[in-house]
Write a protein that binds this ligand. Structure first.
Ligand code: GFB
Length: 317
């Protein structure tokens, strides 16, 4: 199958290169024949600043842009800081997507999230479930901003023929994840809590909520390869899901984490913390039909994430 878009010889800007997904994209792009991987340190370019972003894009003249920058966090951070999750994300999407179009960027890939879908969407979730029902209240602010990003790409395509696409990865984990318990997602939180419980010879460790919600977890290196695959082979108006088609309950995840870490105590539920959406399993058949599949099994991925956490503990924790 011939690619619809080739990255060969292109100048590629990764917006958000210090984040977990941005780092994985930079690793994956380093294996490609691109002319240059452009990045912008946060202290030199505020991606929410439209004027500064426009200037950067005019000067650096990327051919392609990956918009992996976002204000992100786990369920509690989303629920606690709705204003930041809404405004920061809308501002940076506007600055980067519109700025890219005005600077003549030929290809842009916008990264969203599975939380754009209705809280009770039929499972597995197909792309056309978007905007068919109410959102999960703990992350509706982030979801609205991500839906707006999809619409920005669609508007530029509809009005000007821009070849800008949106990809929706499922829940991600891997090297470079955030291990701050107040703002992290569940996998780094559980790895850290189990590790600390083991070191302290504790009898138990705490998981938030009931442990019954189901989540699909994908290693960030699989996600990066899926994004590059979509960049080459997908050029549609609709967004496209990136998932693996399997999920686990949070309790099952916690049990796997305990095995990986080697902690043998008990799991205790903290019912004061939210469960969030009961299930969000992606239907990734569109991307599968284009010849891509995730490759890293959860248990293996958890073991490598734990290794990364132990090696980088001082910096990450
Ligand atoms: O990963 P997580 O924060 O994000 O939580 P969401 C997933 C599930 O794990 C929830 C439970 O049911 C949590 O209650 N959980 C159990 C924990 N123990 C813990 C813990 O110690 N820390 C955390 N963080 N969770 C986020 C959205 O939703 O997912 C974002 O808020 C985004 O918008 C992201 O979409 C991918 O899957 O619930």
């Amino acid at each position: 199958m011939d690619p619809l878009y080739s990255l060969q010889g292109k100048r590629v800007f990764v917006a958000g290169h210090r984040g977990m997904v941005g780092q994985a994209l930079v690793r994956a792009l380093a294996e490609e024949n691109v002319a240059a991987i452009l990045t912008a340190p946060r202290d030199q370019l505020d991606l929410r600043d439209r004027v500064a972003v426009a200037r950067f894009l005019r000067q650096e003249k990327p051919d392609a842009v990956f918009l992996a920058a976002a204000k992100v966090g786990g369920i509690l951070a989303n629920d606690s800081y709705p204003a930041e999750f809404l405004f920061d994300n809308l501002e940076l999407e506007t600055a980067v997507i519109r700025g890219a179009f005005e600077a003549g960027v030929e290809r842009l890939v916008f990264l969203g999230s599975s939380c754009i879908y209705p809280k009770l969407a039929p499972q597995p979730i197909t792309e056309d479930a978007l905007l068919t029902g109410p959102l999960e209240p703990t992350n509706e602010w982030y979801a609205i901003a991500k839906i707006a990003g999809i619409k920005m790409c669609q508007a530029l395509r509809k009005q000007h023929g821009a070849r800008y696409i949106s990809v929706m990865p499922t829940n991600l984990y891997g090297p470079g994840d955030n291990y701050d318990l107040a703002t992290s997602h569940v996998i780094p939180a559980l790895l850290r809590k189990a590790h600390e419980a083991k070191l302290a010879n504790a009898r138990e460790f705490v998981i938030w909520g009931t442990g019954t919600p189901r989540r699909e977890f994908m290693h960030v290196d699989d996600c990066a390869s899926g994004i590059l695959h979509a960049t080459r082979y997908y050029d549609g108006y609709e967004h496209i899901n990136i998932g693996l088609g399997e999920d686990v309950t949070i309790r099952e995840l916690a049990e796997m984490v305990m095995q990986v870490v080697g902690f043998e105590g008990r799991l205790v539920n903290d019912a004061t913390k939210p469960d969030g959406t009961p299930r969000k399993l992606m239907d990734a058949s569109r991307l599968h039909a284009l010849g891509w599949h995730a490759e890293i099994p959860l248990r293996e991925g958890l073991a490598s994430a734990y290794e990364w956490f132990v090696e980088n503990h001082a910096a990450a924790a």
